[in-house]
Design a protein around this ligand. Structure first.
Ligand code: G3H
Ligand code: 13P
Ligand code: ZN
Length: 330
């Protein structure tokens, strides 16, 4: 049993309380590789932002759970080395789908876990979430639950269409489970293929995706004043990265992500954690493709993973400063 506090990590409790009060959101960036981890830490340190580094089940399978845990521990030390005296870094399990997986992460030093029971019948979601909370809270690990279903792919949880969170369920869910934060569905969706041009409306020559359901968010906030709310599926699918990928041999379909203006609006509300993964994948792929196309003789991985790391760092900093507003909070 490793306690996250001994690794220099923190849970989400104080972080979220300050974010809700201060009208900003904490970035939750997924990581699978050393370059992503380095870029996240560099961006967080340079902008003086707290940060959540999250690990999906897929990331555990790809990179090995133990390695990722040591990378998070390394992230704390790296942040200090970069000059941050008191880094606020959370190691979070993204989309945990069983009690055993959550327990395993808690036992190996995660400071926060998500139990995603959103695909289960309501009562089963409550029971599973409560079981995870009861275990996690013994070690002061914070827990994120989910109500409502996002469109797209959530690891193995596949939903053909989104089902908004029902505001009338949230109070009961939070009080019965004791969760520390709640992921909701108000129209965001996972992946880099949201939204197709057909799903958008043409306004003054610009494709505008269906707006987020801010009325549902407002209802939820009314039922749970000041309670930390989480938005998954919040990548904006930067059009310049998509263009670079396609210019250098990629074949990405046209897609319009979540407009940053809407995320800015959400960050000012009780939404205090915003999940971004796909934008990092796009930034990485664009940089790698550019090097491969412009320098076909290059075969030193540092020469393409280095630019990929720099491009991800630029994207993370942009999100922190211009979208979530979590800069200068350390
Ligand atoms: O919500 C899903 C995350 O983007 C993680 O994706 O399961 O492919 O690692 P992944
Ligand atoms: P995106 O695919 O929009 O980046 O969402 C990531 C996410 O929600 C991780 O849990
Ligand atoms: Zn998610």
């Amino acid at each position: 049993m490793v306690n996250y506090k001994d690794l220099g990590l923190v849970n989400t409790r104080d972080m979220f309380a300050k974010a809700v009060k201060g009208g900003y959101a904490i970035p939750a960036f997924n990581f699978n590789t050393m370059e992503q981890m380095q870029a996240i830490v560099q961006a967080a340190v340079e902008t003086k932002s707290p940060v959540i580094m999250q690990v999906s089940k897929g990331a555990r399978n790809y990179a090995n759970a133990t390695i990722l845990r040591y990378m998070a521990q390394g992230a704390v030390e790296y942040a200090k080395e970069l000059g941050c005296a008191n880094p606020q870094i959370v190691l979070h399990l993204d989309h945990g789908d069983s009690f055993e997986l959550c327990k395993n992460c808690i036992d190996m030093g995660f400071s926060s876990v998500m139990i995603d029971g959103s695909s289960l019948p309501y009562d089963e979601n409550v029971a599973l979430t409560k079981k995870v909370v009861d275990y996690a809270h013994q070690y002061d690990v914070t827990v994120e639950g989910e109500l409502g279903v996002l469109a797209g792919v959530e690891d193995e949880v596949v939903a053909a269409e989104s089902h908004y969170t029902k505001p009338e369920e949230v109070e009961d869910f939070v009080s019965k489970t004791g969760v520390d934060s709640l992921a909701i569905s108000i129209g965001t969706s996972h992946g880099a293929h949201k939204f197709t041009p057909e799903q958008c409306t043409l306004v003054n020559g610009v494709l505008v995706p269906p707006p987020l359901a801010f009325d549902v968010l407002a209802e939820i906030e009314k039922k749970l004043p000041g309670f930390p709310i989480v938005l998954h599926g919040s990548s904006s699918v930067p059009q310049d990265e998509v263009a670079t990928i396609n210019q250098f041999g990629g074949k990405l379909e046209a897609a319009i992500g979540i407009p940053e203006e809407q995320l800015r609006q959400a960050a000012k509300s009780a939404v205090c954690k915003i999940n971004i993964d796909s934008d990092s994948r796009l930034a990485m792929t664009a940089a790698v493709r550019k090097v491969f196309a412009e320098k076909p003789a290059e075969f030193d991985p540092r020469k393409y993973l280095g630019p990929a790391r720099d491009n991800m760092k630029k994207m993370y900093e942009h999100k922190i400063i211009n979208v979530l507003g979590s800069n200068d909070k350390l």
